[in-house]
Ligand binder design. Structure first.
Ligand SMILES: [Zn+2]
Length: 295
């Protein structure tokens, strides 16, 4: 069965621009300089864009209604590849990443409005719910319920209602990665604190930051764990292309089964939110957040 695929990367990023952007990734200059360079190139190639903001290793740019993440460096390339791989496992709790160059230079995802400070306070309970569910399978950094992470969360406005989701999940690792054990015995798995922003050893009570744990992983190890992302999806070379349908790639497509599954998830989520709303007075997590905001 043939299926027509539309590629935004192929539509908006000509080969010459791809090549110039790879040169930017290899340059040894500050990201602020690279940001100017990337924007200069987009203007040079007549691509209408709006800046979404600069992160640690990547630049967010809105093109044609979609969020393009441009890697500043090799670490940013790995971040894009990681998000491409994990998007299909985390959706609808994370943004949907539609496309990514095999080397991770640029990824394309749905555009979701970033949290306001008010959203952060409003959605603490649903955030906690999502992180509780995800933390049983993954170790996640930079999305815990502390104010400095609010730009890593957003609100998806859909016909099924508003739903929060994670915008940046480059720091997510499958627990089978095995690096997240305490140094006291090299066996005990670390546990999250209440805000999902720190890790505590249940054996010796030592507190670890995500950065401590992440620094144990080399870029080579990370890259090997992600593997070749071309094995995860259709590979196209033009803006519109017919490909042979592959069922295991369909979890990122809008195919019927997935839509039904996602609606179910959203329904569950809405029921949970309603329940939370009803029980609101019973919960008072506020002091915990106040403490963490002091950081
Ligand atoms: Zn320990």
């Amino acid at each position: 069965m043939l299926k027509t695929i539309k590629s935004l990367l192929m539509e908006f990023i000509p080969y010459e621009l791809y090549s110039d952007l790879n040169t930017v990734v290899d340059m040894h200059v500050d990201n602020s300089v690279k940001e100017i360079g990337i924007k200069y190139l987009l203007t040079k190639y007549n691509i209408p864009y709006t800046s979404l903001g600069s992160g640690t290793n990547r630049l967010g740019i809105l093109i044609g209604g979609y969020a393009f993440k441009f890697a500043y460096d090799k670490a940013g390339c790995i971040d894009n590849r990681r998000e491409f791989k994990y998007s299909r496992l985390l959706y609808p709790y994370a943004i949907k990443v539609y496309e990514c160059f095999p080397n991770g230079l640029i990824s394309v995802s749905e555009y979701i409005e970033v949290f306001t400070e008010e959203d952060f306070w409003t959605y603490r309970e649903p955030m906690k719910n999502i992180l509780t569910e995800l933390s049983s399978k993954y170790l996640i950094g930079d999305v815990g319920i502390i104010k400095k992470n609010l730009t890593n969360w957003g609100v998806r406005h859909s016909e099924y209602g508003d739903q929060i989701c994670i915008l940046d999940f480059a720091y997510i690792y499958d627990t089978s990665f095995g690096t997240f054990v305490c140094s006291c015995d090299n066996i005990t798995m670390l546990e999250y604190d209440k805000t999902f922003s720190k890790f505590i050893c249940p054996r010796c009570s030592k507190v670890h930051t995500f950065e401590d744990l992440r620094s144990r992983i080399t870029r080579k190890l990370e890259s090997d764990e992600i593997g070749d992302i071309r094995d995860l999806s259709y590979n196209v070379t033009s803006a519109m292309q017919d490909v042979e349908y592959v069922s295991q790639y369909s979890d990122i497509d809008d195919d019927d089964d997935d839509i039904i599954e996602n609606i179910e998830k959203i329904k569950e989520y809405e029921e949970y939110e309603k329940e939370m709303e009803e029980q609101k007075d019973l919960f008072d997590y506020h002091p915990m957040y106040e403490n963490n905001d002091a950081e």
